[in-house]
Design a protein around this ligand. Structure first.
Ligand code: 9PG
Length: 517
């Protein structure tokens, strides 16, 4: 073990140093005003936090597996994945960043403690300067180490999830595809629901003509066909779960490792170091690309880096990156959007990456976010907060803040909240929506065209204020992290939250599907 002791005051403004060590202790002259916490995967909280407030664990275990970096879920101090920063004075930021795959940084009183989870040695950067300067410096080192997206411009995407959820079928998607007319969408992407189960990657009963036939329909409109897959997780009802039970990752005690819940129940993680699993992943991606899909949204990727005892013993994020590389090679020229993905280990192997939790057609689901202490939960406020703190990744990879809402129908966001999300889409340059075209009024449809075509001048004024073509946009409303110190029973919070999902997400989806069969 090599611990490097550094005194932050030895670093002059606008400078940086690079070191190799397994541990770095960066002593601060006084407790910082703010601490930048970077979440492990797409959905995990990323924000400037008040270091005096201790971390609050997510109260429901199924969300800890899905949303957090599980080994640190109950850590007494704040732990940041790969990079952290502290605010020592106004415009005087100190950043400590790892250039290796398993780097973590803990804030312990006056010390930033960097460590590699696998105890290995690795590179670190310490930088001092303005917020823009230090994050740009870190990003350029990451680019040199891991590479960047291969596509110049992010695609403009229609995605089926945030209107139809899993209730998709061939007729309704065909209607949506044709309803887009000549709006400038580059990709038409089918989300979760086309398959019968995650792990059995064949057209389900709602796509009787098969997935290749649907890709043909999309391509005939001049667009790229996109499809969703969660290649690293399987559900327990599947043949592969029973026939290849040894493919499932186990913990040290021999128990199967669950990868949290999705909309259909508990999922399990594959052991992605097994040659037979890698071969299966390779064939899966080649099959889907062979069907005609040129845009792959690969979701729940964190499961590839779950904690467990693997066939080949290696650090979990290295196992993840190797498996992603296999899929990258199998995908050829297809665009890969990584979702639910550990951020740094995905760089250079994906073209786009989701940088926040899912949006919803409402601001916050109070029972799920506030009562359960889960700022990673799907909700537009949570999505804006985390995505906004990851804009510094833009030079490396297309950053996807999730879809924008243009519809007023089936949308409980206020016009100001919808606009804020659209402005975030403009900042990232990654513009997508799930609105069903027949939900738009004529003027909403025109707004879609305008936003998709716009290339405004964007200027960062300060942390939460941007100027977009002369208009000042204030994101402050999304920044607070509301918490509750009341001990609501977890079952009650879950059920109340679920009611909100039914009211605003499930019912509109079911009604839309009902009339299109
Ligand atoms: C499809 C979706 C969409 C979405 C992804 C991911 O059960 N859950 O709490 C849960 C939360 C988020 C989630 C799925 C399930 O979202 O981010 O864009 O593709 O999967 O299932």
């Amino acid at each position: 073990m090599t611990t490097l002791l550094l005194d932050s005051e030895a670093l002059s403004p606008s400078s940086h140093q690079i070191f190799t060590a397994s541990h770095v202790d960066l002593n601060l002259p006084h407790p910082p005003g703010r601490f930048f916490r970077h979440g492990w995967q797409s959905w995990t909280l990323t924000a400037w936090l008040d270091p005096h407030e201790p971390p609050l664990p997510i109260r429901a275990p199924e969300f800890r597996a899905k949303d957090e970096d599980p080994p640190y879920a109950f850590h007494k101090n704040h732990v940041s994945a790969w990079v952290s920063a502290v605010e020592m004075a106004k415009d005087d930021i100190l950043l400590l960043g790892a250039l290796g795959l398993s780097g973590r940084i803990e804030l312990a009183a006056h010390t930033l403690k960097g460590f590699y989870e696998d105890e290995g040695k690795g590179e670190w950067i310490v930088a001092r300067g303005t917020e823009d300067e230090v994050f740009a410096r870190y990003a350029s080192l990451l680019e040199a180490k891991f590479g960047k997206t291969r596509f110049e411009k992010p695609p403009r995407v229609w995605c089926s999830w945030y209107s139809l959820y899993k209730w998709i079928n061939e007729p309704i998607l065909t209607k949506a595809l044709h309803g887009l007319g000549n709006l400038p969408f580059d990709v038409f992407q089918i989300d979760d629901g086309w398959q019968d189960e995650s792990g059995h990657w064949e057209a389900g009963k709602n796509f009787p003509a098969g997935m290749a036939a649907f890709a043909e329909k999309v391509k005939a409109t001049g667009r790229t066909a996109g499809i969703w897959l969660s290649p690293f997780i399987v559900t327990p009802n599947l043949n592969i779960f029973h026939e290849h039970n040894d493919w499932i990752l186990r913990d040290e005690g021999g128990n199967l490792v669950t990868a949290g819940r999705n909309w259909t129940g508990t999922t399990y993680a594959l052991d992605v170091t097994r040659p037979d699993v890698l071969d299966w992943l390779d064939k899966l991606i080649r099959k889907v690309v062979g069907w005609g899909y040129g845009y792959l949204k690969l979701d729940f990727l964190y499961a590839g880096a779950a904690v467990g005892k693997r066939h080949t013993d290696m650090p979990r994020e290295e196992a993840y990156r190797n498996a992603l590389k296999v899929m990258r090679e199998a995908a050829g020229d297809a665009y890969i959007l990584a979702c639910g993905a550990p951020i740094i280990p995905s760089l250079g192997l994906c073209d786009g990456i989701r940088i926040g939790p899912d949006v919803t057609p409402y601001w916050l689901n109070t029972p799920l976010t506030v009562w359960l202490n889960n700022p990673n939960d799907p909700a537009t406020q949570n999505a804006i907060r985390t995505s906004l703190h990851r804009l510094w990744l833009k030079p490396l990879v297309h950053i996807d803040p999730d879809v924008l809402f243009f519809r007023r129908q089936w949308n409980a966001l206020t016009p100001q909240e919808s606009q804020l999300l659209q402005d975030l889409g403009t900042l990232t340059g990654f513009k997508a929506t799930s609105d069903l075209p027949w939900w738009w009024t004529e003027s909403e449809r025109e707004k879609v065209r305008e936003v998709l075509e716009a290339q405004p001048k964007v200027q960062r004024l300060n942390r939460y204020h941007y100027q977009i073509d002369g208009r000042v946009v204030d994101f402050s409303a999304a920044i607070p992290i509301p918490t509750s110190y009341m001990d609501f029973p977890v079952w009650l919070a879950r059920n109340c939250g679920f009611l909100k999902i039914v009211r605003h997400q499930v019912i509109p989806a079911l009604l839309a599907g009902q009339f299109t069969r």
